[in-house]
Design a protein. Structure first.
Lengths: 639, 639
């Protein structure tokens, strides 16, 4: 007679009785305790980790568990065989994920420590009570206003626009000489304070003073609506860059933009995108677009050129020259941005043609410019831009990775929103996938992290070989030759929201390979360029909205990230917009970014044979040189 | 038998023989020697002055001759009786006029001594030969351009507009990196250098670099087109301010401007006027409007407010407050001026509501701010604005004189152009007028100097009494009661160009009286205000386009100017535009004007009882208090 054992789950009401040889996961099902097992009980994903509080289990596999984990009683529920009475603690799913994927979720935005709008903010809202004119003091309105501002706030040399000058006489009198001035008082060299607006009232002190940080990604545009007084972000909004309709990568955009009759089209599309986001963000708060007095904009050089309708053609052709890297503050009206027309629009400086403001801003917000550790910082957007260095030195390059990891250029690609498959596990015997969909429910497509995860699984399960070819000889309905090419079906029509198959095709895989190879080649070239071996890198900081959901293990398995210990990787979310946000709040932060831009040494890859070689070698799963990826070689052997 | 005498005119071929008792003027007629006698031989105008080189004549009257004149043999041809052989020199007419009316003609514009565009001019045209970008030097276009300008001209912190930034990439390449930069490099506080344009060529060194000085008078607008390299004025153009259609004086303009639906109308009219003048001036040279890179604008406060479409309503009402007196440089496009769209438009600072940039600029160009002499400086435009002082102190006021002396508000008034009656002499017995018409030919109307001269003559001849009433009892067809009121006919229909009578009416005279009373009251109030007796004034400097043709004697006779020796009066022409021209050429001159504006003490007359009293006393010909006008009393007695 088979022995039975009592299994107590701390979170469940009643213990269950199970025969010897039952797995913990089977016991959990019996006890109605929910334990995720994305890999379907193959013992590969490590997500079903539980902690044995009393008793012991027999562990068939301890893959993914450190010796400390084992010491602490952690075990994989699908690989643990029950042979005595036990008490089990099931950690919350989020905790498990965080153990496995460092900083998986976007960093919550916290106001920079010590932020004081009086000290750091250039936008000032100053209530004034002005002595009215009289026959004894006939000082003109504008001088009188300036005199009072100097007296109250010690600001002088104030500039004023003609449209505002046309209105100040009536504003001063409408307010009976009690007015509120909105000023921008920049601290940079060669800039002057400027009156943005004047109101015939005094505002409550706690009324927010709005500004926004804008990140123009080639694929995604983000806007953070921020109260400049408290520093708090009140609303975040992001959406596809509408320019996508005219090309998914920067090169296609430049080509489109350079064609006759297309002048201004891309500018209009990106300002439309930004304006919609501003309006969306405003709807989520009580702000009005015309109450936003400052915007800080980041983006790659091409995005910034197109925003300003500056031809970017010379960036595309050797020797790859920007029209600008640093420019003075613009006004919202000049860019047709839906802010206060006199709002200051500060464009964060770039380093070079393909290393834009997104990277300089990210270098600030990521902390690479402050650390002593040898650090890789990368912004995995459409352009793979990366920096190697520390607070003492920085080298940077850009490898045109393309938008594949943003879900673009892939048949069933999509952004990481509800309905996107963000994680895939494939049974190595049946080739059946197990998927996780953002927001639950039926899937609509594959987002970047889903694609990486899918590609890694296809490789590990042997569906795809190291060159990315699909093995059509496998005995599974999932692998088939589609209309044009081989494909793997991730979800059949009856499992999807839209009733159509979700597949990954051979061409999709090729695109992904090229994208990951470009990025990895960037790592190699930067490291070799300064003589730092890849394994000497102490941390890898990953920015970019895509990085929010990336799975390090999977990214290493496909050879996108270097094979370093997981704990060396840190996902920071959208470092570009975060840097813009820092600069929005503090002139010191902006100054720091300017210094960073000056400090970075740019490696031009497009004419670099070393890059070409590194790229060609990286066009395989995970790489031609498997010694660069020892952990992957080992995993592949284990499957 | 009557004796005959030989009369030799130095300028004539043959002497003439005349009987004893012949006048020199009769002898001149006989000899076909042309001697002007505007007063018709009454011995009043002094224009027929000649010099007796040999022999002597009997002088019936020596009116207008100084004892030095008499010593030198000068005599009045109409009053000199020939009683022996004589030789006579007839001075050129211009010389005579200059003797009588100091500096009668407009001062010829001469380039300020020592002008060096490199030192004084803020507009720079800098040819550049730039190292093209390469893979070794990927510096962006804008930084590269700035780097070269710094190297060549030591100018940094240059601002650039977005429209220009959009173009520099292609300009640099079109010019194969040999380009010409046009910069404005102001020296004022709180200003930054600015790139105005960039051209893909090098220009010949002697190609003019255009700028213009603009004077916006209430009645007349003047533009001087100037080569900023040499400083030479290449073309002058002046025309009525088209705003006149909506009111002749500043008050009517303000009222019109304040009405609903009229917003922007006056701005459009004055910019239309300026733009036409710019185009006229350009047609006279080889300049194109878009090649003009700088304009300096003067005008009274109201004109400047209207130019910028800034409501001027508060200037009209107590306590008479300008919206601005000093403002930063604008761009031509902001004001819709027909210059290079990025051209700098500098508005010269004003002192107060009714003492505008025309006066501060005039104070510079007139020299009052440099002299040690106690000086009256006045700008006789539509607003009578005046300054009393010297280089150590200055007080200023404005007395709304109205446009009567500019030919506006008077039935047959006109500007001082061809066809305008500029001088009138009336026979004290027949009341017949003798007129001088600008350009010769038949008259079309009366300009300012003609009106002054006419009014003085009407008074001296007794056609008009000291209150300005026309004596209709006189036995002459020239005096009559017109459709509505009494009038004096200066020229009958058959003598005029347009075939209509040219008259001066009672209302015209009233208008002229009010205008001259306002100006004279200004003199009185300023002088009394600082305790300087009128007779202590050492010189009177008169600016304003109208002042170009004014006749001091006549102006004193009607009580417009104080009764000081003629040689103390100096007519300087349009001092406002001259000041603008100085500021256009030299940043030091502009700085000097700014200092002058700060230094001036403003007397607000509108609430000043002393002014009202002085005005009322001055509403007579020449004045209630005849002791203020001893020379006029004497002349009146002689007639």
């Amino acid at each position: 007679m088979t022995k039975t054992h009592q299994v107590t789950f701390e979170s469940a009401d009643t213990p269950v009785q199970v025969p010897t040889g039952t797995t913990v996961i089977e016991a959990a099902n019996l006890a109605n305790v929910d334990i995720h097992q994305p890999c379907g009980g193959q013992g590969r994903c490590g997500r079903c980790v539980v902690q044995i509080k009393e008793g012991k289990v027999r562990q068939r596999s301890t893959l993914r568990l450190t010796s400390a984990d084992i010491q602490d009683g952690y075990t994989l529920a699908c690989q643990s065989v029950i042979e005595e009475d036990i008490t089990i603690f099931v950690p919350p799913q989020e905790k498990v994920e965080r153990r496995l994927v460092t900083d998986l979720t976007a960093r919550k935005v916290s106001v920079p420590e010590g932020y004081q709008s009086e000290l750091h903010q250039t936008i000032k809202r100053i209530p004034l009570k002005i002595d009215p004119p009289s026959m004894e003091d006939q000082t003109d309105d504008w001088s009188r206003l300036q005199r009072e501002i100097k007296l109250v706030a010690d600001i002088q040399g104030i500039q004023i626009s003609l449209p505002l000058l046309q209105r100040i006489g009536s504003i001063l009198r409408d307010g009976d000489w009690e007015v509120t001035a909105i000023l921008d008082v920049p601290k940079e060299e060669n800039t002057l304070p400027r009156l943005i607006d004047l109101f015939p009232i005094h505002f409550p002190k706690d009324k927010p003073l709005w500004g926004c940080a804008i990140d123009i990604g080639t694929t995604t545009v983000s806007v953070w609506l921020t109260n400049l007084i408290t520093g708090q972000v009140h609303a975040q909004a992001a959406e596809y860059n509408q320019q996508i309709s005219h090309g998914e990568d920067v090169i296609s955009r430049i080509i489109f933009d350079s064609k006759e009759n297309n002048e201004g089209v891309l500018q209009r599309l990106v300002t439309d995108t930004i304006n919609q986001l501003i309006n969306t963000a405003c709807l989520r708060t009580k702000a009005k677009p015309e109450e936003i007095y400052k915007a800080v904009v980041v983006g790659n050089s091409i995005m910034l050129h197109l925003l300003m309708n500056i031809p970017a053609a010379n960036i595309r052709l050797s020797p790859f020259i920007n029209t600008f890297t640093h420019i003075p503050t613009l006004k919202a009206a000049e860019l047709k941005l839906d802010l206060h027309p006199e709002a200051s629009v500060e464009i964060i400086p770039s380093v070079a043609s393909y290393v834009g403001a997104d990277i300089t801003a990210g270098a600030l917000s990521s902390g690479i410019a402050e650390t002593e550790k040898i650090t890789f910082f990368m912004d995995v957007g459409t352009n793979g831009e990366m920096v190697l260095g520390s607070r003492d030195w920085m080298v940077t390059c850009a490898c045109s990775a393309g938008p594949a990891f943003e879900g673009a250029g892939v048949v069933n690609g999509m952004r990481a929103t509800k309905g996107a498959i963000e994680e895939v596990w494939i049974n190595t015997k049946t080739y059946e996938p197990n998927i996780r969909v953002i927001g639950g429910g039926k899937p609509r497509g594959l987002c970047g992290s889903g694609l990486i995860s899918l590609l890694a699984e296809l490789f590990l399960a042997g569906v795809v070989d190291k060159s990315g070819n699909i093995d059509t000889t496998l005995d599974t309905p999932r692998v088939r030759t589609g209309i044009h090419e081989d494909e793997y079906v991730v979800a059949f029509a009856d499992e999807t929201e839209h009733g159509k198959d979700i597949v990954i095709t051979h061409v999709d895989i090729d695109n992904l390979l090229r994208a990951k190879a470009a990025i990895f080649a960037g790592f190699v070239v930067l490291a070799e360029g300064v003589g730092v071996p890849l394994e000497a890198v102490e941390q890898v900081l990953i920015g970019g909205s895509f990085g929010q959901y990336i799975n390090v293990e999977k990214a290493i398995q496909i050879g996108l990230l270097p094979d370093l210990p997981w704990e060396n990787f840190h996902f920071l979310g959208n470092t570009a917009v975060m840097g813009a946000y820092n600069a929005l709040l503090s002139w010191e932060a902006k100054q720091h970014i300017t210094e960073i831009a000056k400090k970075m040494t740019y490696f031009e890859l497009s004419a670099d044979n070393a890059f070409y070689d590194a790229f060609m070698s990286a066009l395989f799963l995970p790489h031609t040189d498997l010694t660069l990826f020892p952990s992957v070689a080992q995993q592949k052997a284990q499957v």
